[in-house]
Design a protein around this ligand. Sequence first.
Ligand code: ZN
Ligand code: ZN
Ligand code: FE
Length: 756
Amino acid sequence: MQRSAITVRGVVQGVGFRPFVFSLASRFQLRGFVRNHAGEVRIEVEGSPESIQRFLGELREAPPPLARITDLQCHQIPIRNEIEFRIESSEENRSAPVFVSPDIAPCDACLQELFDRENRRYLHPFLNCTNCGPRLTIIESVPYDRERTTMGRFPMCPKCQAEYDDPLDRRFHAQPIACPECGPRLIALTPKGETIATDDPLNFFVVQILQGKIGVLKGVGGFHFVCDARNEQSVRELRRRKHRNEKPFAIMVADVNLARVFCHVTAEESELLTSQRRPIVLLTTRNRSAGTEFPIAESVAPNNPELGVMLPCSPLHSLLMAMVGNVPLVMTSGNRSDEPIAYQDENVIEQLGTLADVILTHDRPIHVRCDDSVTRVILGDELPIRRSRGYAPEPISLPWGCPRPILAVGGQLKNVFALGNGRHAFLSHHIGDLDHYSAYLEFERDVKLYEDLFGVVPELIVHDLHPDYSSTGFAIQRAANDGIESLGVQHHHAHLASLMAEHNLDEPLIGVLFDGSGMGTDDAIWGGEFFVGDYGGFTRKNHFRYVRLPGGDHAVREPWRMGVAHGRDAGCDVSFPGISQQQTGLVKQMIEQGFNSPYTSSVGRLFDAVSALVGVRTHVSYEGQAAMELQWLATECDDPRLYPFDVSKPIDTRPLIQAVADDVKRCVPTPIIARRFHSTLVKIIVTVCQQIRSATGVNAVGLSGGVFLNSILTCETTLQLQAEEFRIYRHRLVPPSDGGLCLGQLAIAVHRLKNR
Ligand code: ZN
Ligand code: ZN
Ligand code: FE
């Protein structure tokens, strides 16, 4: 006989941990207790040493689905000869931080109940349990319990209360517990916000959608537009109403089998689709001309060989998809063009009312806006594109513990911030583009919310070097107000460090860091960088040749300006459809005078230039559009030829641009040019990495920066570098884009503090 005291840390509260421990202890005939204590779980068990060992094994190997154990300690204590195992109502320390789980799609047990006529929660769109349901999106303040969530306004009925109080029930302490008796209710609204009198708002909504109408649906973390994805007219009308938005729409389908009708789905992709995180997964579409059984309207993702697909992410969505059966639905952010997604009931009519034919909402408010996560698989590994619903705020482990609590504010576009405490990095949900004032206000509010949620009071604030980023301004102001230290980190150094941190590396790496833009240390805009570096610092081993960025942000929205800049640099005569001689003349003048035209080495902008030169895009409606379209074209073609290139220092882009311009003049088909451009970039990367390896002996290469969302580039670069026996690191936990920046900022700051 022996008695052990066990302490478990991590995401262990509010996830059904205590009932799980109770049944586990019963199974191994152990006596003792389990209780929550200040954000951790304390267990004492006594029984035979073998039983305790097996108990510990299962605890480690197979905890409840939402739990994440980050630390488990165990030591022997004197026997107390107890006769039973009990769940102790803990002397809960109210001020202690509790890890909050992400929002999680319905578990199997809940789904079973949802469609069980005999169950009291039959067809209840808000059922959940300790293993599933809304979490982050409903939290208003801490500590995490029902009164401080948006479920606080729904008093539990006696039946729910009994389940909530029963340690053996699978809804024990499930804060959002609900049933038809006491839970939220669906409401159908007209575009003007008048309630539609109907017994079955969901059915009313479904009938409208199947008739080709455009609906707005309240999702987990915000409102979505919904329409029949087979109906070209509806989809086109939705695009018109969303204002020239050309971004591909994602679709929702009932299950994986239906996804397979439209797309190729590998084992890894299927795993992501069905995971309880329920991200949008980018899949390769089946040949569209082959006449499939459920054709998707062309306007869903025009010219795009890929399609974003997700499965139902809440019980409401499960019911919706069960009702529409085999029909795929467009499910896209409820916003106008690029604004943040709408999520507040009081604003939805004003923001989206005029764009919808019917609105399906309910009376459980969303407190924290949380966009859908987007991800994909490259060479068998996940490559996150947007880490948000279902992922945030789950912590990522840092290579070392933070000597002091740290706030890293991230970048400007695709903002995500992070808090560092102990060995945990708590990355926020996707906040979005801080250019939008409403997104910036939420950034401020949610920084505060996360600090409260995780009990972190930052003593150091890390930011980007770019003085015009709203996040930088916030960091400097906040540091001054609070009288704490701030630290500026170079943009691409942060990209490199984020990759190192997620792989737990502590050795110098060749960083291939390609993105749209990031402030360099020489006041130029960097974005085509080869570093050798680690957390402590970096050397810029090579970079792409500087050209002008005529008009700054204007050049980002109008790729033809980059076409002029690169064309002029390479001595080519260039012209663009729909752009007058006078316009190009003006841009040339700006370049000559250096007026509002900083130098840039950006590969993102090089993609823009090529895209404009070949006539794919002169203007874009979202960042990265021109590069994406060039990638889609290249997918169609497998021409093996390369363009000439020159990898001196800096890497000379002029031979490449001249060759592209020549091909354009000779009317070479665009897909061939796009293909050759991609292959040439891959070859440049491999050649420069070989040069750097020869000079430094560093054999590990990391690919980071938004350009590596390009699947052709990432995939082929990886394969070719592997063939040259490099060790390759790619992002698997955070996006390569600026959405992952905060993790790198954090890691660099920890390293700095640690080595003081
Ligand atoms: Zn459940
Ligand atoms: Zn109830
Ligand atoms: Fe970047």
